[in-house]
Design a protein around this ligand. Structure first.
Ligand SMILES: NC(=O)C1=CN([C@@H]2O[C@H](COP(=O)(O)OP(=O)(O)OC[C@H]3O[C@@H](n4cnc5c(N)ncnc54)[C@H](O)[C@@H]3O)[C@@H](O)[C@H]2O)C=CC1
Ligand SMILES: O=C(O)C(=O)COP(=O)(O)O
Length: 596
């Protein structure tokens, strides 16, 4: 993964390097030998992670057939259910992606044991509380979910539990099967005109609200982050937590399990409720303090509860809550309809395959989501960003340590039209990977930079003109370092490289103060010399004799016959002997070989 750079510098160079700081470029000319290698985006997976052939995907829980079929078109698929935690850990270094539902705990140990191979975790459903997101991010593993395909199923299950609870369906069913006929015991309550508090007004919550309105209920909702107009459109009123729990006849829970929502229904909140309230939970068991719910049932505050989810699944057989006469339970069936499972399976298969192919998933949970059309437009700039980072760091010399990097984006677009998170992540990747064995991607770029004490500051250069392209150029500067190629230091003393995208191909357009123009493919030789006739020919013929193909050549100079920097793109890495011969050309004052 880490690339190497060789560098040969003539002994008298330090003094020259100082003077070169004062030079200002005048012009650049280039000899172009087109070499259009298609660029692939490895935003999540590295080209060297062994995923270039067919990736291996472990499906650890039952997934709809349509999803499995889709996965098999692109990957080796293993379906292994009910693995123990240890079995999952031992599998993780043999797989590129893992697909789970809610029953599999994807722990830190799973990521640690993966030794960098596991690059995508697909959660075939919504809730990602069973995946250690912090650990996934640290290890550069993308987590994607399937957030839409089971919404209706979960909402329908919520309504099913609500109505079944109100009319004692489960209890009456059991009683009749036990040979009894208890018409007086199972008198229910009506829903019409009653107040339902929907806690968590997201996708499922709003579908539940819509259906409850159809049943003639008065719907209120609590969700600190939901827009009021969405609630209004459904005919629900957004209220505070206290108002919701205090006024509701029925409470239906639809928020995710997070540190903020854990045990959000507890002794204190039950004490605020109307006596005889009824509770539905199709969200997560952990949002209710289950012992407190048993107490509230026993004291009569809560008349009934209908639960699809539990803190521990399956719950212990002797669970007081599950065994409670006024509690109706289902074994986490919210998403379990034929339709939802087929939909979820396809949604997650597409997301996982896309991510393995280096695309950004629209349902990424621990990485910025970049809309597909923006990504298409940014693609060549993403490649440029990584290569500029890669190049800049290879120009650093003298063991100075890279700590401060300044990135400038020159664009004629408005600030809101340019999302630089992806570009920053790729610059970080380029900066860190050549000097370490850390794998960096969009997921862990910021985390890895922080860990290494690397501070990346960004600024925009606002240009006038038509903003057809998202960016005009990107400049990367590394401050407070020495350079192994003194000409790479700009007047401010920073290692500076600038690049542009031309015809979809990233080009290096400036090194230090020297304007060049070389396509950023293969490898690069930078030479500084006194501008004079025959230099291109001399270097070119050495490379030719050594069978190294030149793809691009460009010379930037301060003035005719003064200092010049020659940038030479090469397809094959030159041998040490070849580089030595270039270094021996008398007019060449310093040169460096860089891998892009
Ligand atoms: N039982 C089952 O099989 C299923 C369960 N679920 C659960 O339902 C949850 C909701 O799913 P979706 O509606 O698709 O997710 P969503 O993300 O669309 O909605 C969640 C809503 O909860 C809100 N929220 C966050 N913190 C809150 C708080 N402290 N108080 C009130 N609201 C808060 C959010 O603002 C958001 O609007 C999931 O997180 C999942 O755990 C989802 C599908 C199936
Ligand atoms: O999507 C969710 O959050 C669910 O809870 C569904 O879980 P499941 O995929 O059925 O194990």
């Amino acid at each position: 993964m880490a690339t190497t750079s060789n560098h040969l510098t003539k002994p008298f160079l330090p003094s020259l390097s100082l003077s070169s700081k004062k030079l200002s470029p005048s012009s650049a000319f280039s000899v172009s030998i087109p070499n259009r290698v298609p660029q692939r985006l490895y935003i999540i997976c590295s080209a060297s992670s062994g995923i270039s052939s067919k990736p291996t995907i472990l499906v650890a829980e039952k997934l709809g057939e349509a999803g499995i079929t889709l996965l098999k078109q692109h990957a080796n698929v293993e379906c292994l259910y009910n693995l123990t935690p240890e079995e999952l850990e031992s599998k993780s270094s043999l797989i590129d992606a893992l697909i789970v539902r809610s029953a599999t705990k994807v722990t830190r140990e799973v990521f640690e044991s993966a030794r960098g191979r596991l690059k995508v975790v697909g959660r075939a459903g919504v809730g990602i509380d069973n995946v250690d997101l912090g650990a996934a991010t640290e290890f550069g593993c993308l987590v994607v979910n399937a957030p839409t395909a089971n919404t209706v199923a979960a909402a329908e299950h919520g309504i099913a539990l609500l109505t079944a609870m109100a009319r004692n369906i489960a209890q009456a069913d059991k009683s009749i099967k036990d040979g009894k006929w208890q018409r007086n015991k199972y008198v229910g309550v009506s829903l019409v005109g009653k107040t339902l508090a929907v806690m968590g007004f997201g996708k499922v919550g709003s579908e539940v609200a819509r259906r409850a309105k159809g049943l003639g209920m008065h719907v209120i909702a609590h969700d600190p982050y939901a827009p009021a107009d969405r609630a209004r459109a459904i005919g629900a009123e957004l209220v505070s937590f206290d108002e919701a729990v205090a006024t509701a006849d029925f409470i239906s829970l639809h928020m995710p399990l997070t540190p903020a929502t854990a045990k959000i229904l507890n002794d204190e909140s039950f004490a605020k409720m109307k006596k005889g309230v009824r509770i539905v939970n199709v969200a997560r068991g952990g949002v209710i303090d289950e012992d407190a719910l048993v107490r509230a049932l026993d004291s009569g505050i809560v008349a009934q509860a209908a639960l699809d989810v539990f803190t521990v699944e399956p719950p212990p057989a002797d669970s007081k809550l599950v065994q409670h006469e006024r509690v109706t339970v289902t074994p986490h069936l919210g998403a379990s309809t034929m339709e939802a499972q087929e939909g979820v399976a396809i949604e997650i298969a597409e997301a996982v395959i896309g991510a393995l192919q280096g695309e950004l998933a629209a349902t990424a949970v621990n990485a910025p989501m970049v809309p597909a059309e923006v990504l298409t437009e940014l693609k060549p700039y993403v490649v440029l960003a990584e290569k500029l980072g890669r190049l800049a760091v290879q120009l650093v010399g003298g063991g100075s340590g890279v700590k401060t990097v300044k990135v400038s984006y020159a664009s004629a677009r408005g600030p809101d039209d340019l999302d630089t998170r992806l570009l920053r992540a790729m610059i970080t990747k380029g900066l860190i990977e050549p000097i370490s064995d850390v794998f960096v991607n969009l997921v862990n770029a910021d985390y890895t930079a922080k860990q290494r004490g690397l501070r990346i500051t960004e600024e925009r250069i606002n240009l006038d003109g038509a903003p057809e392209n998202p960016l005009d150029f990107i400049q990367v500067r590394i401050a407070n370092v020495e350079s192994k190629f003194a000409s790479a230091l700009s007047e401010s003393g920073e290692v500076t490289v600038v690049g542009r995208v031309k015809d979809g191909i990233p080009h290096l357009t400036k090194v230090g103060s020297f304007e060049v123009d070389v396509s950023m493919e293969g490898s690069l030789i930078l030479c500084r010399q006194v501008d004079q006739p025959g230099m291109i020919g001399k270097v070119g013929s050495i490379l030719g004799e050594e069978n190294v193909n030149v793809s691009f050549m460009s010379v930037g100079r301060t003035a005719p016959r003064k200092q010049a920097v020659m940038a030479i793109g090469v397809d094959e890495p030159p041998s040490k002997e070849c580089l030595k011969r270039i270094g021996e050309i008398p007019a060449i004052e310093e040169f460096v070989y860089l891998k892009l």
